[in-house]
Design a protein around this ligand. Structure first.
Ligand code: NDP
Length: 447
């Protein structure tokens, strides 16, 4: 088996030499899916995985715009249309200076599996730009978004490709992108998700990724007859996903003690309560400030510059910032401190060695493609509401979100339960996602 996986990876490496994040994501899938393919005749010898690692289409384009000082700035825009076997391409846009082909291809590849897991008819895609929104004025953000959309609009559409938000792309950016799309196309359609409530958005969409990550942790705990009540939780990040993971964990009786950003993390041993979280939301979403300002308002908390929160003692950890933010040494610290649940809100936040350490310790470990699928699932619900031209209530959307997360959990168990009863959620998520996409690809022929 090892030689089959190696031969496959050698080929993928040869074709994608300078794309470490993409290769990392593919290898994790290959390790779990190739053994399954070998043991299941209908998938064997059809090169399905080889087809899946090749994007259906890659778009790269110039994004020129003018900053507040009058200077012309040029960024690079991307859209990876990865796989449309089970539905139109769907996946977020990331605006961050580190964005490149490798990062977007890893995200698009993971998105294919994640979207299949939701059971909704959505293919996978991802896009973005190497644009840094930090420190930019509203006018600069708007001009950048308009320039970005002035190229992207010809490649997307409500039945073709439906982008959403990701790092650096929230409600404000989706608004500017949607406004430009509508002007260029002269049509009002559900082409983007994460829209504002008065113009086609869905209730619970902003909350969905963070809430879903917590619902998934809850389902994992239930397998050990346990709950989140009284658990100490560490969360990284302080953006969209982190904020709502913190809110839902709190509502379910857990004590969240950390949040972070790229500058460092805050540790509040008393726990983050509703009013402290409201402060963080205002600080991050309106003032666009730094998490270090938390300790100015709440001096009992500590700010640790330049570090991540994984050395803090906890029962549950939720990495909600970015890829590869948990390395082997972090994993060892988490395990030594008694952490026994990891529910990833971010995409691929744990390095492969860290994942192997969690699995060897047989703790409850959920990979992002399963535990953070609530965001895209609710985007799927936004698309449904747009098509039907109706608006579901908060309770209706939340109830559907909970049902979808419980279903994803059930599917992970179906394909990931080992002989000794341990659930390998990585294997479970990869095979469940693969089966759905592979069946559709087989039915549709070699295209
Ligand atoms: P936001 O832009 O709202 O927040 C990102 C947070 O992560 C910020 O606190 C940011 O800090 C921090 N961060 C970003 N890059 C780094 C870095 N290199 N090192 C340390 N901290 C960093 O993004 P989201 O909350 O939307 O996304 C967070 C993660 O969740 C990403 O991995 C994303 O792909 C994933 N995700 C998001 C979904 C969504 O619906 N939004 C859906 C599914 C997954 P700073 O402000 O200093 O940059």
């Amino acid at each position: 088996m090892k030689s089959k996986i190696k031969a496959f990876m050698d080929l993928v490496k040869q074709r994608n030499q300078f794309e470490p994040e993409f290769l990392q994501a593919v290898e994790e899938v290959a390790e779990t899916v190739i053994p399954y393919i070998v043991n299941n005749e209908i998938y064997y010898g059809k090169n399905i995985l080889l087809r899946m690692v090749e994007p259906e289409r890659v778009l790269m384009f110039r994004v020129p715009w003018i900053d507040d000082s009058g200077e012309i700035v040029v960024n690079r825009g991307f859209r990876i249309e990865m796989n449309s076997a089970i539905g139109p391409y769907k996946g977020g846009l990331r605006f961050h200076p580190t964005v490149n082909l490798s990062i977007l291809k890893f995200l698009a590849f993971e998105q294919v599996f994640k979207n299949a897991l939701t059971t909704l008819p959505m293919g996978g895609g991802k896009g973005g730009a190497d644009f840094d929104p930090k420190g930019k004025s509203d006018g600069e953000i708007m001009r950048f978004c308009q320039s970005f959309m002035s190229e992207l609009f010809r490649h997307i559409g409500p039945n073709t490709d439906i982008p959403a938000g990701d790092i650096g792309v929230g409600g404000r950016e989706i608004g500017y992108l949607f406004g430009m799309y509508k002007k260029l196309r002269n049509e009002f359609t559900g082409v983007l998700t994460g829209k504002g409530m008065s113009w086609g958005g869905s209730l619970i969409r902003p909350e969905a990724t963070g809430y879903g990550t917590v619902y998934f942790a809850q389902s994992m705990l239930e397998t050990r007859n346990d709950t989140l009540k009284g658990k100490v939780v560490t969360v990284s990040g302080s953006g969209n996903v982190a904020q709502y993971a913190c809110e839902k964990a709190m509502q379910l009786g857990a004590k969240v003690v950390t949040l972070s950003d790229s500058g460092g993390y805050i540790y509040d041993k008393d726990g983050i309560d509703e009013s402290k979280l409201a402060f963080v939301m205002k600080l991050k979403n309106n003032k666009r400030g730094r998490i270090s300002e938390y300790v100015e308002k709440y001096p009992n908390a500590k700010y640790i510059a330049g570090e991540r929160p994984w050395g803090v003692k906890c029962d549950v950890a939720m990495p909600c910032a970015t890829q590869n933010e948990v390395n082997l040494s972090d994993a060892k610290k988490l395990l030594a401190n008694g952490c026994f649940v990891i529910s990833e809100g971010a995409n691929m936040p744990s390095e492969p060695d860290a994942v192997h350490a969690f699995q060897a310790a047989k703790i409850l470990y959920a990979p992002g493609k399963a535990s953070n699928a609530g965001g895209v699932a609710t985007s799927g619900l936004e698309m449904s509401q747009n098509s039907l031209r109706i608006v579901w209530t908060r309770e209706e959307v939340d109830e559907r979100l909970q049902r979808i997360m419980a279903n994803i959990h059930k599917n992970c168990i179906k394909y990931g339960k080992q002989d000794d009863g341990y659930v390998d959620y990585v294997t479970g998520a990869n095979i469940a996602g693969f089966v759905k996409v592979a069946d559709a690809m087989l039915a549709q022929g070699v295209v």
